[in-house]
Design a protein around this ligand. Structure first.
Ligand code: PEP
Ligand code: MG
Length: 316
């Protein structure tokens, strides 16, 4: 089955009637790049930069070390897109020297962009390293911040990017319901959105992503999560900007069709999922994806949403 999907699947991501949906890879460092290229990724939709910071528990990696690692990833996609996420420390990704040790609820505390705004030197070094890594390369660099809550966060990040002399598009991840609900306001400050559906589910359902007992609420088919995806995609469309998905939701081929139907403009996932998503997407028209999305949103449970989308897409 895997071979058949791979064979049937090559080229850029698109629906059967030619609506383009760039299929991008999630990478955690230069070591993941070869698999992404082999799977035919059109670029990187989420470069998680945390890996660089895990070696040393006392300080951030030097600018030189960062430039080297970023350059390796950027070079792998000449003329492609590479979306780099700045450091997302805290909560499920704690770092000794940055993450407060005494928070009662780390997922609701100082993490993601909040950490970086408290440590502007760390953010500045990372942005400067990215600017240097991209120098002279034709790559289309985009840089985004995790855990943006509102327009003030988005502006603080965009200002930091400008101050570092970064020539790239600046974006915000939508991982907090407030960011989805006020996406148009955030888009006054940044040029694109990327939905981090893992955290967006966590914060929408008040269900810790690390606690198995509440995993039912982490299901990306939950209609409330689909509603927030729709709101974000509609806001981006109204502003003439893009809105991708880089959370786990994008790696489910059926859900990828639904996300497309909701108006999402690109999908980023682990390389292993790419051929399946490409193949499934290529078997349905945009109108079918839109109908599947409407059917899923009309459901009351994740299970029913999935079944409703499946019924539409299989022509039942
Ligand atoms: C997400 O939250 O969906 C996401 C893509 O980021 P991470 O899983 O690294 O928190
Ligand atoms: Mg996240």
């Amino acid at each position: 089955e895997r071979k058949a999907a791979l064979a049937a699947s090559s080229g850029p991501g698109a629906t059967s009637d030619g609506h383009k949906v760039p299929l991008l890879a999630n990478v955690g460092g230069p070591g993941d790049v070869a698999a992404a290229v082999e799977a035919g990724a059109e670029g990187v939709g989420l470069f998680r930069t945390e890996f660089l910071f895990l070696d040393d528990s006392k300080s951030a990696p030097s600018e030189e070390k960062q430039v080297e690692a970023y350059r390796k990833v950027l070079e792998a996609f000449p003329e492609g897109r590479v979306v780099v996420r700045v450091l997302d420390a805290g909560a499920d990704k704690p770092l000794d020297f940055l993450t407060p040790a005494d928070e009662p609820n780390p997922a609701l505390g100082v993490r993601g962009l909040r950490t970086l705004l408290d440590h502007p030197d760390v953010l500045r070094t990372q942005l400067t390293a990215l600017a240097k890594a991209a120098e002279g390369l034709p790559v289309y660099l985009e840089v985004m911040a995790p855990m943006v809550a509102d327009r003030i966060d988005a502006k603080a990040f965009a200002d930091a990017c400008r101050e570092a002399g970064l020539r790239a598009k600046f974006g915000a991840m939508v991982e907090i319901p407030s960011a989805a609900l006020r996406a148009r306001s955030i888009l006054q400050e940044v040029e694109f959105l990327s939905l981090g559906t893992n955290d967006l589910a966590q914060y929408t359902f008040a269900a810790d992503r690390q606690v198995g007992a509440v995993s039912r609420l982490q299901d990306p088919w939950q209609p409330a999560l689909l509603d927030l995806v729709a709101v974000s995609a509609e806001a981006a469309k109204a502003e003439g900007k893009s809105c991708g998905v880089c959370g786990e939701a994008a790696s489910d081929p059926l859900l990828a069709c639904v996300l497309t139907g909701l108006g999402v403009t690109s999908l980023s996932m682990g390389a292993a999922s790419l051929p399946y998503v490409r193949s499934t997407l290529s078997q349905h028209t945009l109108a079918q994806c839109e109908r599947a999305a409407a059917a899923a949103r009309a459901a009351d449970t994740a299970e029913d949403a999935r079944a409703a989308a499946q019924a539409v897409l299989s022509g039942e």
